[in-house]
Design a protein around this ligand. Structure first.
Ligand code: HEM
Length: 475
């Protein structure tokens, strides 16, 4: 009797496990797949992938497997985020994925992202992102960005005055986030009130943390908090949108007012939720990424005083001939060549986005290996940037690598490449350079923990303690 009950209880579990095992193995039953490991059923090698990131070296997951399976072939198979995946390496792998967008592959995001932004799923994530790109590109081009120099400059000036000046010690990362978020709120939504901006920032933090978590919606989990936070943000953005629609109707605002007005004027009949998700997509894209670069600029300038001096001289040159309160102009930004080399080297050492996924929309072969339709492919900025064939002494911070013609094509990919390349690149460049200008113009600093170099991935790379520094006014 007992045995029958135990059997009835255990058999569904065993059957489910067997089903998962069969499904898992079936993904890997094709001939001539790339070398590599399938890992455990369902979870595959996700823990190794995530734990390499948590230990501060996401590229290690890749370099370990390259040494084990594929030092000469440039591709290996694995199973991460619940799906069989081929990881491609180096310039040839990046080039293959970036130039075959919409031909052999399309962008793919983990299930958690789709659940946090449901309208992207309803519309088909790639169709949605194509529409978003077409609509926002005019706003993110250098011609449009010229208009933002004054606004970003003013926000930077206010930011350093209220948050940095008169402090002896501060933690950099939360402040750089505040800086980039204030700019995004102002340019996208005309939101200027610091208190309102602060209230909106907290749910954004939760959304970003939850985007790369296990997609199980149980109370208290990161994922569940992210879904709640995204609903709250959507509500706030929709309220602003409805107000702006009224203003546009009454001609109190025009398409040039901000990015939201431009979207509303050009998008035609679209549900409020969908427009809101486009705006949120831009806020998410630009929130953490640029602030990570600003944070690590502060870190590396503290580590390398001669680089700091070089940046300072460049910025002082720009200040020469300006009146005391005269702001930055586009022409000044164009002169910040060394400062941009520093930012580029920061993004080589610590790319804010380690890599992204694509999905095979057909079966094909790469480097002689078979890639089945539906498999995911992952390219890695981290592993590419740390390859000594492309960047000799890759652990050395050397901004001069970007002098002259710079790195070879497809070897430097912090913004991705091809049709999916980050549309916010020039916007990010502008805000990072304006940040550097105000920072070195006003301050010197030193790290509170000089030996602390640990980076944690949460989910993007940040200094373990947020980078506490002691600051001193520039003499
Ligand atoms: C230093 C700062 C930034 C870095 C390193 C960065 C990096 C990236 C990367 C690697 C991708 C994926 C590309 C691919 O899959 O091939 C991406 C996509 C994207 N980024 Fe950025 N980004 C930055 C700043 C920004 C800013 C400031 C914005 C908005 C104002 C933005 C908006 C977007 C959007 C909307 C996408 C999705 C594009 C699409 O799906 O077609 N990013 N970014």
């Amino acid at each position: 009797m007992y045995l029958t009950i135990i059997f009835l209880f255990i058999s569904p579990i065993l059957l489910s496990l067997l089903f998962l095992l069969r499904k898992h193995l079936s993904h890997f039953s094709y001939p001539n797949l790339p070398p590599g490991n399938a890992g455990f059923p369902f979870i595959g090698e996700s823990f190794s992938f995530l734990s390499a990131g948590r230990k501060g070296h996401p590229e290690k997951f890749i370099t370990d497997r390259v040494h084990r399976f594929s030092s000469s072939v440039g591709i290996f198979k694995t199973h991460i985020f619940g799906t069989p995946t081929a990881v491609v390496m180096g310039a040839s792998g990046n080039k293959f994925l970036f130039t075959n967008e919409n031909k052999l592959v399309v962008s793919w995001w983990p299930e958690s992202v789709k659940k946090i932004f449901p309208s992207t799923v309803k519309m088909n994530i790639n169709e949605g992102s194509k529409k978003l790109r077409t609509l926002v590109t005019p706003f993110l081009k250098p011609e449009a960005l010229r208009r933002y120099v004054g606004i970003m400059d003013e926000i930077a000036s206010r930011h350093f005055e209220t948050e940095w000046a008169n402090q002896d010690q501060l933690i950099v990362f939360p402040l750089t986030k505040k800086f980039t978020f204030s700019i995004a709120c102002r340019l996208l939504l005309s939101m200027d009130d610091p208190e309102r901006v602060r209230k909106l920032e907290e749910p954004f933090r939760m959304v970003i943390v939850g985007m790369f978590s296990v997609p199980i919606d149980l109370p208290g989990t990161r994922f569940s908090r992210a879904i709640k936070a995204s609903r709250l943000i959507r509500k706030e953005v929709i309220a602003i949108m409805r107000m702006r629609k009224e203003e546009l109707k009454a001609r109190k605002a025009s398409a040039e007012h901000d990015i939201l007005s431009h979207l509303l004027m050009s998008i035609g009949e679209t549900k409020d939720e969908d427009v809101a998700d486009k705006i949120i997509g831009l806020l998410v894209g630009g929130y953490d990424t640029a602030s990570i670069v600003c944070t690590f600029v502060v870190h590396y300038l503290a580590e390398y005083p001669h680089v700091y001096e070089h940046v300072l001289q460049e910025q002082k040159e720009i200040l020469k001939g300006k009146q005391e309160k005269e702001g930055l102009r586009w022409e000044d930004i164009e002169k910040m060549r060394f400062s941009w080399n520093v930012a580029c080297e920061v993004m080589r050492m610590v790319p804010p986005i380690s890599g992204t996924f694509r999905e095979a929309i057909d079966h094909f072969s790469f480097k002689g290996f078979y890639i089945p339709k539906g498999w995911k492919l992952y390219w890695s900025a981290n592993a590419t940037h740390k390859n000594p064939d492309y960047f000799p002494e890759p652990e050395k911070f050397e901004p001069n690598r970007f002098e002259g013609s710079g790195p070879r094509p497809y070897t430097y990919v912090p913004f991705g490449g091809g049709p999916k390349m980050c549309p916010g690149k020039e916007y990010a460049r502008l805000e990072i350079l304006i940040f550097i200008h105000h920072l070195v113009k006003r301050f010197k600093w030193e790290k509170v923990f000089p030996k602390e170099t640990k980076i944690v991935f949460d989910p993007l790379p940040v200094p373990a303690k947020g980078l506490p520094i002691r600051i001193f006014p520039q003499s």
